[in-house]
Design a protein around this ligand. Structure first.
Ligand code: HXC
Length: 514
């Protein structure tokens, strides 16, 4: 028995070494951790249970029959994070550059299938040279099997991709199908074709970092939802994100304790909206005063900054916040903001996370650039997402709610559950100046003093429409509330909505305008 035990020990030790000490040192030299070190940082201490440690590839060509590393370049298993179970895989760059073989793919598929059956999030730590070149089409098949499972798991369990090294070619589409992508500054990159191919095809000279580094994907393409300075910070934030999520689509998020009785009005909220309606302010100030402990976990913080989306707790309950940002482009909705918002709303709806909308929006962005690139098609994504969402949905209009954007931003008409407005709200078809110049065009141009006439008409229009009361008279707004009492109202609303049941008509699936 002792020799058998020794053999097991030896085999496990060999597997733990991955591609060997030299390769581990090379990985460290690049400022990267090993696949196992990453898992240790991510999961609760001592909770990781590895499976398939002894799996080997079955390839024989190009001398591969003489190169075997137990585990075949990916560590898979189950662990706990924040006390809750998760499934995970971590690609090991020290073994064939973390490239994906048939066996490697089978290991990932095995943990993903189990994650779906037991209803736990799956986290993929990606660090791979892509398809194992020596295995040819078998490796491509492995990728396709993963893509299919990513798609089938979408909306069943949260899927999180952490890109911690190269992720190139078709391999990018696995993370892209998952719910969230984390990247690490300077050491991770994603692209469909690398700089060399780009140079050949388009004659552009571009570095790895500029083409597909973390900053590029966080600000230009919107591919990355979160980026951090280093791997440790990245993994800590994966843990943080999970605190806001349920385990699966049938689960609810965890509630933290909250003392509503002792919640006092937040006077600072009364000071935020400027007297001049054209002056910007930072919607993050409003968010920070409404959420618990100022802990806002912002998604896509550097992309389409005219809309803010992210997770927080209000009254101890996890909520997804979608807020216009008057400080950037006056909070207007454009293509990128619409897509960013829509994707977030759909995630929250898929996973039973209530939505809070903070609205100050002058409308959709005009212009040929937006029209020709399809603001109609993309703007309708946000509308569709809010319309189909059946989770609790609460809106607070802080200032402008103009035009189509009023309808889109979770209005009463599209099943907003509680719609509040601050007294500073202006709910109208368009802003006063534009409106007056259209409807009183003749009167103004024919007046003895057109400027004076414009002023007069403006003042009439503002008195009549630039307020929340016409909407409130119709019941489109449930209540006009003081800014200072907003948090109390929100906690009560979300508590009441805990038992909300709403359903969409039976169908195969909807056809969101893509
Ligand atoms: C087999 C690979 C590999 C791969 C790297 N290696 N990529 N082995 N298949 N795809 C091996 C290398 O031979 C090397 O082995 C070790 O991993 C480390 O690689 P290095 O090149 O030394 O590392 P580095 O300089 O850091 O460069 C990393 C890299 C580069 C940029 C990822 O290796 C690279 O360009 N690899 C090929 C990337 C690629 O074109 N993949 C196919 C993409 S298409 P030794 O033994 O020397 O240490 C694709 C299709 C997916 O993936 C389709 C889905 C539909």
């Amino acid at each position: 028995m002792q020799s058998k035990t020794e053999e097991l020990k030896k085999r496990k030790e060999k597997a733990k070494l991955g591609g060997g000490q030299d390769k581990i040192d090379a990985q460290h030299k690049k400022g990267k951790l090993t696949a196992f070190e990453r898992i240790e940082l991510l999961v609760d201490e001592g909770s990781f249970e590895e499976i398939d440690m002894f799996v080997k590839h079955r390839a024989t060509d190009f001398g591969l029959n003489k190169q075997h590393y137990p585990g075949d370049g990916v560590i898979t298993g189950f662990a706990k994070i924040n006390g809750r179970p998760v499934a995970l895989y971590s690609q090991d760059f020290t073994v064939f550059g973390g490239s994906l073989s048939e066996a490697h793919a089978e290991k990932i598929i095995k943990v993903m299938n189990m994650a779906m059956k037991i209803g736990v999030p799956v986290i993929g730590l990606n660090d791979s040279g892509g398809a194992r070149i020596q295995e040819g089409v078998v490796s491509l098949g492995g990728y396709a099997d993963i893509f299919l499972l990513n798609t089938l798991a979408s909306g069943v369990i949260p899927q999180i991709s952490v890109v911690m090294g190269p992720c190139a070619g078709g391999a990018v589409y696995s993370p892209a199908i998952t719910d969230f992508i984390f990247m690490v500054k300077n050491t991770s990159y994603m692209f469909v074709t690398g700089p060399n191919v780009v140079k050949t095809v388009t004659h552009e000279d571009v570095s790895f970092e500029d083409l597909g580094g973390a900053e590029t994907h966080a600000s230009k393409s919107g591919v990355a939802h979160f980026i951090y300075e280093n791997e440790i910070e990245t993994l800590l934030n994966v843990k943080r994100l999970l605190t806001f999520l349920p385990q699966n689509f049938m689960d609810k998020t965890e509630d933290f304790e909250f003392d509503l009785e002792n919640l006092t009005p937040e006077k600072k909220l009364n000071e935020i909206i400027p007297d001049n309606p054209n002056k910007p302010y930072d919607m993050r100030q409003v968010i920070n005063l409404l959420i618990d402990d100022k802990e806002f976990f912002e998604v896509h913080a550097n992309y389409a900054e005219n809309i803010i989306v992210g997770f927080a707790r209000i009254g101890g309950m996890s909520v997804g916040i979608v807020a216009n940002q008057p400080e950037v482009l006056a909070g207007v909705l454009d293509i990128n903001a619409s897509v960013k918002g829509a994707r977030f709303v759909r995630f929250c709806d898929a996973f039973n996370i209530p939505l809070l909308v903070l609205e100050d929006v002058p409308g959709f962005l005009p212009g040929t650039e937006q029209e020709w690139n399809g603001i109609i098609r993309h703007g309708s994504k946000l509308l569709f997402a809010f319309c189909e969402a059946t989770v609790p949905k609460v809106t607070v209009i802080t200032r402008k709610a103009y035009g189509g954007a009023y309808d889109v931003m979770n209005s009463k008409h599209i099943r907003g559950d509680f719609n509040y407005a601050w007294p500073t709200a202006e709910i109208a078809v368009m802003g006063p100046k534009g409106a007056v110049e259209i409807i009183f065009k003749k009167e103004i141009s024919q007046a003895e003093n057109p400027d004076k006439e414009l002023e007069k008409k403006l003042s009439e229009y503002i008195d009549k429409f630039a307020n929340p009361y016409i909407a409130a008279e119709r019941g489109y707004i449930d209540d006009v509330i003081l800014p200072e009492e907003t948090k109390i109202k929100l906690v009560k609303a979300f508590r009441l909505l805990k038992t909300k049941v709403d359903k969409n008509p039976k169908k195969k699936h909807g056809n969101i305008p893509l």
